[in-house]
Design a protein around this ligand. Structure first.
Ligand SMILES: [Zn+2]
Length: 406
């Protein structure tokens, strides 16, 4: 009833009631031409209605059948609808609405609802703020790419799937069971947030990856496959409590980032040349292999990366250039310039992301260091806390060696 009433209200404000349209049609001279045209097309168009005998489930099956033939229902929306009782779909909706708007989680207990909304809001901020504008004229851009509810829902469903798989849960959303009380949704957002907080933000565990360095092409295009690959790598480490990985990553960060910045064009070409279904797997392999090689003190050449990605020879294609300056070129020139001399973290020499800056006492507080300008430097949050603790670092590395020897 509520839904029907709301629908009627929406139709009335957006289109006008059927009665209004009939009036327009009978006395067209009294109304604006666009209204007359609309009335004409609306009243002469046939509307197909199907009557289904049976229960709601039967109707639902029929609905998907109709919509996958002929006029297609958007695949993302279709996936969400089919899985609307699963934690992943509820979580994705909650994040996209930043915990506001229509509440797909309204049937849950109040404390569960509050938790869903608060964590979803935080997840939204981690992924999509500040909003991206094109052409790119700042390094302060979102790690999750351009925001539109459609894009965001699509990305989030994959993000959740990647994290859940890495944490040893169902590998696909379709395999997961329905969430009846919201507890699964809370857990899912919690795991996603733990992973996101490693990648971005000012909390102590954050490595504060610079979005432009890692997740955007030379022309300012968001690369969702590299992003999801990095999410998978970090979620795997998070699930295994593999602290040593973060130390190793920080050790090689300067070299890794220099490579990612210098070879952005090659990386884009590798992405284009790889089948979309294989891209994430390819990037997981490439990034992990690069980290390992740098950690072993080896060099990484473009040829080596191409080989790891499964290519030999020249994958580069040449583009035609027109006389006017496109947004892509504008972004490209900005990004190139900005990454020529970026602000670096003095601890690891990696690029400092504006969204993940931490204020570090050069001389530690417990050694008498003060909070004055001359004793404060900008670092990654993890470099300020975990990484600086040598004892912690040695313990984590010893633990990794012990695990590897098993
Ligand atoms: Zn650092």
């Amino acid at each position: 009833m509520k839904a029907a009433k709301k629908t009627r209200e929406i139709v009335k404000t957006a289109v006008g009631s059927f009665k209004d349209l009939q009036n327009v049609n009978s006395t067209p001279g009294k109304f604006k031409p666009n209204l007359v045209l609309r009335a004409k097309t609306t009243l002469t168009r046939s509307l197909q209605i199907q009557w289904i005998h049976g229960n709601a489930e039967k109707a639902e099956i029929s609905f998907f059948k109709i919509n996958t033939h002929g006029t297609a229902l958007d695949p993302v929306e279709q996936r969400l609808l089919k899985n609307r009782k699963k934690a992943a779909a509820i979580a994705a909706r909650a994040v996209v609405r930043a915990g506001r708007g229509h509440r797909y989680w309204s049937g849950f207990d109040e404390d569960v609802r509050a938790k869903v909304e608060a964590t979803a809001q935080e997840m939204y901020e981690a992924l999509f703020e500040p909003e991206l504008s094109v052409p790119v004229k700042t390094l302060n851009i979102p790690i999750g790419g351009p925001y539109s509810s459609h894009n965001a829902l699509d990305l989030l469903m994959d993000f959740i799937e990647v994290v859940e798989g890495a944490f040893g849960h169902e590998k696909t959303i379709e395999e997961a069971k329905d969430d009846t009380d919201g507890s699964l949704t809370v857990d899912v957002i919690g795991r996603c947030l733990r992973t996101a907080r490693r990648i971005v933000g000012v909390d102590a565990p954050s490595l504060g990856l610079d979005p432009v360095v890692y997740f955007y092409s030379q022309t300012g295009r968001f690369n969702r496959d590299i992003f999801l690959a990095v999410v998978e790598i970090f979620a795997t480490a998070e699930h295994k409590h593999n602290k040593a990985f973060y130390f190793k990553f920080t050790d090689v960060r300067q070299k890794l980032e220099a490579f990612l910045i210098a070879l952005k064009t090659l990386l884009t070409q590798l992405n284009i040349a790889t089948h979309s279904k294989q891209r994430r797997g390819m990037w997981v392999k490439v990034v992990n292999t690069m980290i390992d090689r740098f950690a072993e003190g080896e060099d990484v050449t473009p040829e080596f990366v191409m080989g790891t990605a499964g290519f030999t020879g020249d994958v580069l294609s040449k583009k035609k250039i027109s006389a006017s300056i496109s947004d892509e070129v504008k972004s490209s020139v900005y990004i190139k310039k900005a990454l020529e001399n970026p602000m670096l973290c003095p601890v690891c020499k990696g690029v400092l992301s504006p969204k993940s800056v931490s204020y570090d006492h050069k001389q530690p507080k417990n050694q008498g260091g003060k909070g004055g300008e001359e004793n404060v430097q900008l670092t990654h949050p993890f470099c300020n806390t975990g990484y600086k603790n040598k004892a912690d670092q040695l313990a984590a590395k010893a633990q990794e060696k012990a695990v590897a020897a098993e």
